[in-house]
Design a protein around this ligand. Structure first.
Ligand code: HSE
Length: 428
């Protein structure tokens, strides 16, 4: 199948580059590569090498190109995007879009047009960027009666609230917003972020796919974060809470609540740990119980990950395949070496019971340094008359170096019993 990309901004350029970078891996998974037949954009993107692709400066050329089967709409905005997508559908093309406003506001019209033409509309990238929440709800949780969704689904608002909550941060709301804009997370019109409109678009779509209700953007209660000030954040902290901007959709008998507003969240709740521009969505199902999904909610490459996964779904479906009936990667398994534990690199917590004598620490450090292990932190506690607990956190080293060092430490006269080793979790 041939693909046309409309728009070469943050998401479009990420999509183009992701396909170029991972096409061999995609071929291994699907049995065929993604073929980009045309890119439509107002201007080229400095990060994209377009030398081998047909480029048109009129995006409508892409939806009129008879060679193209799948149109990727990543121009954003409402009116032009709507015309573009409807024309693509009229011309029999499947559509992948990252445009939450378009789906939240014109979703029904678009779905109806697509049903009439027998083409697919996919919008994984419209909500929470790199978190595959649409697939999670429509596939992974498909056996459930879904009861509620609660999410941090606007990265810009979460970034601003997180910064304002940092103890000692004296940045103003406007300064923090400017930071988020510089990082490329905010919408073209950042009032959409801080007044809750962006989150309301996303929640509209989530509620629709979770509860099987029409897209109800106009009915979503929407409040942003612009009224939250430092004293609210301080008082909330004193009470054991943090302030988060949440999207909440909940079934109540035959009704459904759909609302977007700031909320006090208990400081030890998992959502309270979601900081900066990260997003998280919790979904409650009657069988699954409460589940939670976390990841980057915006940005070029995470959003591209969602866009391209939709393209791959359409390609699979066109061949009557699904991720499921392909089994593992279409049977194309490539053996990889399993790294033995000695070759794993990581830091470790070591606890030694040592005799309380002069020079013991020096002897321990000498052994560690002989194996090129350095000490990141160290605690000593005199737990008994003659013995002390020494706790060391090392830097990241090969396990085999640590094995040798532990062996030597254990055989020291000053060390009593075995050395306790617990690995430190660090790369995720
Ligand atoms: N402006 C959005 C956000 C971008 O801050 O989350 C991703 O939809």
């Amino acid at each position: 199948m041939k693909v046309g990309i409309c728009g070469l901004g943050t998401v479009g350029s990420g999509t183009f580059n992701l396909i170029s970078k991972n096409n061999s891996e995609i071929e291994r998974r699907l049995g065929s590569k993604v073929h980009i037949a045309q890119v439509g954009c107002r201007r080229e993107h400095p990060d994209c090498n377009l030398s081998n692709v047909d480029v048109s400066y009129d995006i409508f050329d892409v939806v009129r190109n008879p060679d193209i089967d799948i149109v990727i709409e990543v121009i954003g905005g409402l009116d032009v995007a709507r015309s573009l997508v409807l024309e693509a559908i009229r011309n029999g093309k499947h559509v992948v879009t990252a445009n939450k406003a378009l789906i939240a506001e014109y979703g029904q019209e678009i779905m109806d047009a697509a049903a009439e033409k027998g083409v697919q509309i996919k919008f994984e990238a419209a909500i929470a960027g790199g978190i595959p929440i649409v697939k999670t709800i429509t596939e992974g949780l498909a056996a459930n009666r879904l009861e509620w969704i609660v999410g941090i689904i606007n990265g810009t608002s979460n970034y601003i609230l997180s910064k304002m909550s940092d103890v000692g941060c004296d940045l103003s709301f406007i300064d923090v917003l400017k930071d988020a804009q510089k990082l490329g997370y905010a919408e073209a019109d950042p009032t959409f972020d801080v007044e809750g409109v962006d989150a309301a678009h996303k929640l509209t779509i989530l509620a629709s796919i979770a509860f099987g209700i029409p897209f109800s953007f106009d009915a979503v209660y929407t409040e942003g974060i612009s009224q939250i000030n430092a004293s609210d954040i301080g008082y909330a902290r004193e009470l054991g809470y943090v302030i988060k901007h949440l999207g909440i959709a909940r079934v109540q008998d035959d009704n459904v609540e759909i609302r977007v507003h700031p909320c006090l969240v208990a400081a030890d709740h998992m959502l309270a740990q979601v900081k900066g521009v990260m997003n998280a969505v919790m979904v409650g199902g009657d069988a699954s119980g409460s589940t939670m999904y976390y990841g980057a909610g915006a940005g070029s490459s995470p959003t591209a990950s969602a866009v391209v996964s939709d393209v791959l779904d359409i390609m699979r479906a066109s061949e009557g395949k699904t991720a499921g009936n392909l089994g593992f990667d279409n049977g194309r398994l490539v053996p990889k070496k399993i790294v033995s534990i000695e070759k794993v690199v990581g830091s470790a917590y070591l606890r030694l019971i040592v005799s309380d004598q002069p020079g013991v620490m020096a002897r321990i450090s000498t052994i560690l340094s002989q194996h090129e292990i350095s000490i990141e932190s160290l605690i000593q506690k005199n737990t008994r008359d003659d013995y002390a607990d020494v706790v060391i956190v090392t830097n990241a080293v090969f396990e085999e170096s640590l094995d040798l060092a532990i062996k030597k430490l254990s055989s020291m006269e000053d060390v009593r019993g075995d050395v306790t080793r617990i690995r430190v979790a660090e790369f995720f």
